[in-house]
Design a protein around this ligand. Sequence first.
Ligand code: ZN
Length: 296
Amino acid sequence: MTAAQVVAQLKKFGIPFKEYKDWKTHNRDHKGKWGPVHGLMVHHTGSDAKDQRELLYKGYADLPGPLCHFGLAQDGTIHLIGWGRANHAGLGDDDVLDAVIAEKAIPKDNESNTDGNARFYGVEIWYSGSHAMSNEQYATLRLLAAAICDFHDWNEQSVIGHGEWGSPGKWDPGISSGKMMDMDAVRKDIKATIAKGKPASKPPTSKPSTPAKPKPTVPPFPGRSYFRPGAKNKYVTQVGAQLVKKGYGRFYKVGPGPQWTAVDRAAVKAFQRAQGWTGQDADGYPGPETWKRLFS
Ligand SMILES: [Zn+2]
């Protein structure tokens, strides 16, 4: 993966991440090979400090940074530390590397004869290892592993703990003092995450709201000339029907019908007055505003 490709994968899997300094070009490629990469190696930093970016970026005098590609904070955020060869894996067992490449069960490590820094992506999880990592860290670890496996078309056997690699004295990622997590169980969880595929970028936060009741649509006002003595048309019938609906049925002994009558006018006038209108606004002849209110 290139730096741009890893960013795209993090986005694709909805993984929260932040970029630290010039991580895209921060590496130790001048000291040795980088790639082909065959898997992801999981580490704990051995510290519960809240911000471990600079330490992972710079490293130590005898172990210069970057010390990983991914720093994984307590809140589940990935911090991108470097890209290219990084000092995280050291020497390990070639039989383990062969198993990772073949995606087979990881054999017990018993030698340190192979350069791991060229072969693995490394995630350093910010915790001491003497206790469990946070739930947020574990959730992101699963997504990160799935995102990487998705890109390379790997399965969960491509993910190992540093303690499985063959570096003497390593037991990361830890679950309690000196004790590594059950990596087969971790891989099982990662397998489930891979099977789920690309998660939605955002989990649904609420049920979809019920759609608002559609507002009644007001038909266009046909024009004042349709409501004059002697007029006979469908709009007169419609106005009468709306007046009945609105509670003015008492005016109609028969109908309402298409013929504009004094009864229609009296009913409209009562409706207009009920709107608080007076004078010409309550002359009993429907205008655009009367029409709108009748049909709303
Ligand atoms: Zn480690």
